[in-house]
Write a protein that binds this ligand. Sequence first.
Ligand code: ASP
Length: 319
Amino acid sequence: MKIAVLLLALAASGIAAAQYPTRPINLIVPFAAGGPTDVVARTIGLSMGKSLGVTIVVENKLGAGGTIAANYVAKAAPDGYTIFIHHNGMATATGLYRKLPYDPMKDFEYIGQVADVPMTLLARKDFPANNLQELIKYTKANEDKINLANAGLGAVSHLCGMLFQRALGQKWTTVPFSGTGPAMTALLGGQVDILCDQTTQTIPHIKSEKVRFYGVTTKQRIQALPDAPTLDEQGLKDFEVLVWHGIYAPKGTPPEALNRVNAALRAALKDPLTVAKLKELGAEIVPESKQSPEGLRTWLQAEIDKWVPVIRAAGTFAD
Ligand code: ASP
């Protein structure tokens, strides 16, 4: 009798695994469409959808530096049809907000990491500084007039801007947007002065010289912009911000669904078209060990441990 029950259960889970997914999967993006996180999401989503045999529908849920989307996913039905991509904000929001309505280490399933993306420091095209040293000089003399665009508290553009102001010993006015897609539109329109943003959005604008560009935020120069100096080599010693991405699902999502989405993620990260597109935009596919649930979970915990004390020491909080 017991064996019969076991066989039935096995057959049922086999059927569920064979059937999933039967309809489109929503991939929640915590920032505006057209921005750098959205570009990564749509690029891998297209490829993952092909291997899963269903469309991955990208849904942009905006606000509060990505925390509105994270909270939405934490409370979404754990049925395999809602998945979530987020970056460093999954860790840094823990320090930036006094009280988050979700717990990044308890309310999610971890699927895997995707790619690492450098950031670039930009200004509007007519900003009166040709290089980093001129920018430092000009902003020092005009500190009360400078404004910095970002995607809200919890966004990497916020983190990068905060670290940059701290390195310069300056304090500027910040202008938050629902993502750096709209922030870039404001920069191109000359409505804001400075923006730190991922290469997955900025490279085309840097190449077409529509913005002023002062350097990359990695310790080493990057392949996609080989002539671009790092901020570190220009005197901002140890300045480093690297954006990482993880894919999550609501806690309790069935293991069959998690495994299939993970397999689709791994396949996407080997798909030559996806890899070429991401590379061209400065993104580096993470090694296979990080493409796993455990690789993402341990990384997230390490990032929380690393950033929360830094952020608390800087005294930047939101309620
Ligand atoms: N670059 C953004 C950030 O600062 C988000 C985005 O729009 O992708 O976090």
